[in-house]
Design a protein around this ligand. Structure first.
Ligand SMILES: Nc1ncnc2c1ncn2[C@@H]1O[C@H](COP(=O)(O)OP(=O)(O)O)[C@@H](O)[C@H]1O
Ligand SMILES: [Mg+2]
Length: 547
């Protein structure tokens, strides 16, 4: 329940709207019950008046019936408007709130999660939370308030009927929904988990389709996916079954209540303790009062899903980032890079990756980092970018430790050209503007020509408007690498990190990339990680790490 309380705390800004929604629901339920009861009374009275057993002033009740019908419709409309508005507002803010919590977790804390799973939390799980206020909380509270009001009025007319109705409402509105909630807890848990697994497996299937095809494993992966779907369907079917059975039981309780009230009222009528038209009125009131709780059994069948979705969202949002950077900081006065006795391990139980490492790269110089795979070269680049923090020692830009720089200053100070360049499925122009949103085409062309890519882009029929495809599928590896170099030119960051910049490129591309990099690193503080010999022409000095 803690997670749901957490959700309510986030919803605080809309508590007035939410309360108004509940108040309107109460108006709807009460006007409906009154309408039905009054109509019953009115028809019975008219019949009695017709046989001369009663004189009736019928203008007032007829007007009241009309008024109640209008009130009910109007209140229902407003109630839908207000409750949906509050829910949608909450969901939109929740998504942004969650995204803002996720951002500082990347990349260090998110590496243990599958992409599809993160996506499922951001989309499906947050969507599931709409159930909470709209279908669970608001109807439960409105049902409770209305039930109490109905019982008070019934008690005034007939304590016996009030007791019968009270037992019925307790059964249909409290006991059955609670049983439904407890019986659907496990399947609700499963539904949420399976949805995330399906999303993760589909993401894998689509991303890795090429590899799966080559390995002849598409059918196996599809089978896996269809197995997950079948499990999901089974869990959802179970939920639907339990929810529907709960509804049926509630309805049955309502009918039984009606039946008992009928017997009681008829015997009271025989004894002359109550008039015929009042009997009809009370019976209709009992019948209508089931509406106050009718939706609860199926709503509570969704409680498990909602609760598990909330748990998944809050458990991720509560992770602490690997590094908490200040929100503001001054730009460092200079841009040399210093590692001062840096010791680092990724987790307390893992081995030391860097052991009291010290080195310095003067501003404008290029240091090549060499060493076997696993020696910690990428780790060094991660530390400089503020993705992780070291256990001992300091990583300094100028005189400032990286952990004292704001995210904004860090991103402006550093550009990275790595083995993998993430390209968005957008135009070349948009992919470049990522680092310089205001750059005009002239500036973009200049960066492309510095990155030795201008000629090729000019040869594309659509030039800068060429779409690069999903993950840059329509560009060669060398072209993608040069896009990231063009980005580095556009960003003007004084520190450049090169992580295997020519890895996987053919001779012609390697040559073009190196030519561009030579221009790029001029006057910039550069760290170059490489296994290859050719990039070493960029370096002023070398540091060999031991494995
Ligand atoms: N994100 C990570 N979480 C846990 N361990 C990691 C992580 N990244 C790297 N390591 C470990 O740290 C060591 C150094 O890795 P890395 O810096 O990538 O080496 P290099 O780039 O020199 O090949 C390796 O033993 C690797 O398994
Ligand atoms: Mg590496």
């Amino acid at each position: 329940m803690n997670d749901l309380r957490h959700l309510l705390a986030l919803a605080r800004p809309w508590r007035l709207r939410m309360a108004l929604g509940i108040a309107l629901s109460v108006v709807v339920i009460l006007s409906n019950v009154t309408l039905l009861a009054l109509s019953g009374w009115f028809i019975a009275s008219m019949a009695l008046a017709g046989v001369g057993a009663l004189t009736l002033e019928f203008f007032t009740p007829a007007a009241a019936i009309r008024g109640l019908a209008v009130l009910r419709t109007f209140a229902r409309y407003l109630e839908r408007l207000v409750t949906h508005d509050a829910t949608l507002r909450l969901l939109s803010v929740l998504r942004v709130w969650f995204y803002q919590r996720l951002e500082p977790l990347a990349p260090a804390r998110l590496q243990g999660f599958r992409d599809g799973d993160v996506l499922a939390r951001l989309r499906t799980d947050i969507d599931s939370l709409d159930n909470f206020y709209l279908r669970i909380l608001a109807p439960a509270i409105a049902g409770m308030i209305s039930s109490i009001a109905i019982l008070c009025v019934l008690f005034w007319f007939s304590p016996g009927v009030a007791v019968i109705d009270g037992v019925m409402l307790l059964l249909a509105g409290v006991i059955v929904p609670l049983v439904v909630a407890s019986r659907t807890r496990a399947s609700g848990h499963a539904v949420t988990g399976l949805r995330a697994s399906i999303q993760a497996a589909s993401t894998d299937l689509i991303r890795g389709l090429g590899e799966l095809q080559v390995a002849g494993a598409v059918a196996r992966q599809s089978r896996h996916l269809s197995l997950l779907s079948q499990k999901l369907i089974a869990a959802q079917r179970q939920q639907a079954w339990i929810g529907a059975s709960g509804s049926a039981l509630s309805a049955l309780a309502g009918q039984l209540g009606m039946f008992c009230a009928f017997i009681l009222l008829v015997s009271a009528g025989h004894a002359g303790a109550i008039a015929g038209n009042d009997i009809v009125m009370l019976l209709f009131a009992v019948l209508a009062s089931t509406e106050a709780v009718a939706a609860l059994p199926t709503a509570f069948a969704a409680l498990g899903v909602t609760r598990e979705a909330a748990r998944r969202i809050f458990s991720m949002a509560e992770l602490t980032p690997a590094v908490v950077l200040p929100s503001r900081s001054a730009t460092p006065a200079s841009f040399d890079l210093t590692f001062a006795a840096v010791t680092m391990r990724y987790a307390p139980e893992q081995p030391v990756v860097l052991d009291s490492l010290s080195f310095r790269v003067a501003q404008g110089q290029c240091l090549a980092l060499l060493g076997p795979s696993g020696a910690g070269k990428t780790t060094i680049l991660n530390l400089i970018q503020g993705f992780w923090d070291c256990d001992q020692g300091d990583v300094l830009i100028g005189d400032t430790p990286v952990r004292a720089l704001s995210d904004e200053v860090l991103r402006q100070s550093i550009s990275v050209v790595g083995q993998k360049t993430y390209l968005f499925n957008a135009s070349i122009r948009d992919n470049l503007r990522l680092v310089a949103p205001d750059a005009d085409d002239g500036t973009l062309w200049q960066a492309l020509s510095q990155a030795a890519l201008a000629e090729e882009v000019r040869a594309f029929p659509q030039g800068l408007d060429t779409l690069v495809g999903e993950l840059g599928a329509r560009l060669s590896g060398g072209q993608a690498r040069r896009i990231s170099i063009a980005r580095a030119f556009l960003s003007h960051a004084p520190i450049v990190l090169l992580d295997e910049p020519t890895e996987g490129l053919d001779a012609a591309n390697t040559e073009m990339v190196l030519k561009a990099l030579k221009e790029l690193v001029k006057g910039k503080t550069t760290l170059l990680v490489t296994h290859q010999i050719q990039p070493l022409i960029l370096a002023d000095s070398r540091l060999v790490l031991e494995g």
